[in-house]
Design a binder for this molecule. Structure first.
Ligand code: NAP
Length: 251
């Protein structure tokens, strides 16, 4: 029987690519708000692995805990948690920031990750086994102008990763973080509230990472021997040297 991995944000981008990438080795609990997308991913993976869909908003703590607590018996034994759900909302100077955007980033990227982790980790502790991979970002090590609250949310993911690794050390649970640079997903479409012109501009003039590039790194982290824990991995497109230095003449 394959072990069970729970992937948040599996309805799009990096999370969806991770689910595809690891389907040959894991049964999957695929989560996100857009149920139709999760259903179509589940259908696509039908011949490779068993899937269970979790359609909830990670901001809703009772929805999160109800879902995890009422998992059917055969899905209780979660070995891998991929905390991927998250987005940037807006890009403004701090004094012009939209409060709703700030709330969304703090509630989804930080509190949502905490709610899922709080519900799943006790199950891992019980069996003294598990692997948590948090999706941080280069934005969580390297602040950029108008990134402010998104940067803060990813710095928080970095701190939480380190804290989890310490707190779970005696329980034999691996905790890893992956910090991508620019990945071409729906991320910019969400950040710029559906303005496709602005979203496309983010990826112009160079080859950005694709979701699969990150999914392959996650699969590598998961496939290491039991005594090896990759704590942290920064993955950038060739054209990107930092959050702000991007060579847009490089195709
Ligand atoms: P994406 O294509 O927009 O995917 C975001 C995923 O998060 C979707 O599946 C979305 O599902 C889920 N999500 C968002 N809000 C949610 C909520 N309130 N409740 C439940 N699920 C929610 O973006 P992506 O690039 O794959 O981003 C995935 C992760 O990578 C994020 O944590 C992001 O910060 C990080 N990251 C991205 C980049 C990049 O350049 N793309 C770089 C570094 C790090 P629903 O909308 O269906 O709920």
């Amino acid at each position: 029987m394959k072990p069970i991995a729970l992937v948040t944000g599996a309805s799009s981008g990096i999370g969806e690519a991770i689910a595809r990438q690891i389907a040959d080795h894991y049964q999957l609990i695929i989560c996100g708000r857009r149920k139709a997308r999760l259903l179509s991913l589940s259908k696509e993976l039908h011949n490779e692995t068993q899937t269970l869909i979790g359609s909830f908003d990670v901001r809703d703590q009772s929805a999160v805990s109800n879902f995890i607590d009422s998992l059917p018996d055969k899905w209780q034994n979660i070995s891998v948690l991929i905390n991927n759900a998250g987005n940037a909302h807006g890009m403004n100077y701090i004094h012009e920031g939209d409060i709703q955007d700030w709330d969304a980033m703090i509630d989804i990227n930080i509190k949502g990750l905490l709610y899922i982790s709080r519900a799943v980790i006790p199950k891992m502790i019980k069996k003294k086994h598990g692997h948590i991979i948090n999706l941080g970002s280069i934005a969580g090590t390297d602040v950029y102008p108008k990134g402010n609250v998104y940067n803060a949310s990813k710095f928080a993911v970095d701190a939480l990763t380190k804290g989890m690794r310490m707190d779970l050390n005696k329980h034999g649970i691996k905790v890893s973080e992956i910090k991508p640079g620019l990945v071409e997903t729906e991320f910019s479409k969400v950040r710029f509230k559906g303005n496709l012109k602005k979203a496309k501009k983010t990826y112009l003039g160079y080859n950005p990472l694709q979701a699969k590039d990150i999914a392959e790194c996650v699969a590598f982290m998961l496939s290491r021997p039991q005594h090896v824990n990759i704590g942290d991995m920064i993955v950038l497109p060739l054209a990107q040297a930092s959050s702000t230095l991007i060579n847009r003449q490089q195709k």
